[in-house]
Design a protein around this ligand. Structure first.
Ligand SMILES: [Zn+2]
Length: 374
């Protein structure tokens, strides 16, 4: 049976004892990571020898037997193993992908997290609580139901002191295929609207964001005026973090709501392959682009399309979608100017709204590309 893994993130509400336990686990996972980073680094410096994951794992067992580090025994052992795996991955990436040399983890990092694996049903949801190894049953705000097996769980604590759990769940693909209404649609992302579609609909950006962004700037200014290391500074820092979280949440809800709707209604979705990184270099556009997060939107459309049996097709960036008449194919150079919102085709007389015309072209182009590959 073909399986599929999906990530779910829920807020959890640990009690005081559980909070203490979570922070001890965070501390011990960080200790393990940093300790063996030093071991691997020193061994290389002294003897030019690479210490493997297996060796660090055996050394960890020895550490637990020693009196001065016996406290490691009280901690969820999977969390420590996962820290060793993370460290090993950081080294692999360093050697293979030439990313930077692994760095020590700081306890002052903005977000702290540890990952643990599900062994013998040690992680499971019962009613409104989730069982976590060594932590016990923690209250969870669960907004979705699923039928699957939890592979691993990441417990995280945000800068404003909220706790979350991200679960990696394995499911059988058959259960995931939901109904799909079978439409076809082209999307043109823009600066005026989040996107315009080939059916003539415009979807605006979420409006509360502007207001919250002003609030964020205000709180950041306040924070910068506080005395370093004062209580008031800490309070101001938490206020800034809260506004950040609200902005992120509103944006996320907006993206999920629209990507799900599109995927439910359409079996074929056409978009332009955006070179978002290239566009971000243009500062005038940068703010708007990071606001609307098209990259994340396309990512969601892509993974949801698998779940709903739909197809997301990205067309070539250099196709002049906004300059071509979607009725007769005439290419109108005047529409290169972004200020031209509406135009009449000089060849066939069709009247076009810029973005809807572009969306129709994107759909037609994608269907043609799709047909030529079969
Ligand atoms: Zn025309």
């Amino acid at each position: 049976m073909e399986t599929y893994t999906l990530g779910y993130k829920f807020r959890i509400y640990p009690n005081k004892t559980q909070i203490k336990l979570i922070h001890r686990t965070l501390g011990c996972a960080r200790f393990t990571y940093n300790h063996f980073l030093a071991v691997r680094r020193d061994e290389w410096k002294a003897n030019h020898k690479s210490v493997t994951y297996g060796e660090t794992s055996r050394m960890l067992t020895d550490l637990k037997k020693r009196e001065e580090t016996a406290w490691l025994k009280e901690i969820d052992s999977m969390a420590l193993q996962e820290a060793l795996k993370d460290l090993d991955r950081a080294y692999q990436n360093f050697f293979k992908l030439h990313t930077g040399y692994p760095r020590f983890k700081s306890k002052h990092a903005h977000q702290q997290s540890y990952r643990t694996r599900n062994q013998g049903n040690g992680i499971r949801i019962e009613g409104k609580r989730i069982k976590l190894p060594k932590i016990g049953f923690v209250k969870i705000k669960q907004s979705r139901e699923w039928d699957g097996r939890v592979l691993n769980a990441t417990v995280s604590c945000t800068a404003s002191g909220k706790y979350f759990i991200s679960l990696c769940v394995e499911m059988e693909k058959e259960f995931l295929l939901h109904g799909n209404e079978g439409g076809q649609i082209g999307l043109d992302v823009g600066l005026k609207f989040f996107y315009s579609d080939s059916n003539g609909k415009d979807v605006a950006n979420p409006t509360p964001l502007r207001k919250l962004e002003r609030k964020l700037r205000r709180e950041q200014r306040r924070l910068s005026r506080k005395m370093p290391r004062s209580r008031n500074r800490e309070k101001a820092r938490i206020r800034v973090a809260r506004v950040h979280e609200r902005i992120t949440n509103i944006r996320k809800d907006f993206l999920h709501q629209h990507s799900t709707e599109l995927i439910r209604q359409n079996r074929f979705i056409a978009v332009e392959h955006l070179n978002i990184k290239g566009m971000l270099k243009n500062h005038r556009l940068a703010k708007a682009i990071s606001d609307v997060s098209w990259g994340e939107f396309f990512r969601q459309l892509s993974y949801k399309s698998e779940l709903y049996g739909a197809k997301l097709h990205k067309i070539d960036t250099f196709y002049p979608s906004s300059q071509t008449c979607s009725v007769c194919g005439y290419q109108n150079p005047l529409t290169k100017n972004l200020a031209v919102r509406e135009w009449t085709c000089p060849q066939c007389g069709s009247q076009h709204k810029r973005d809807h015309n572009a969306a129709k072209n994107i759909l037609a182009r994608a269907l043609a590309e799709e047909a030529s590959t079969i």
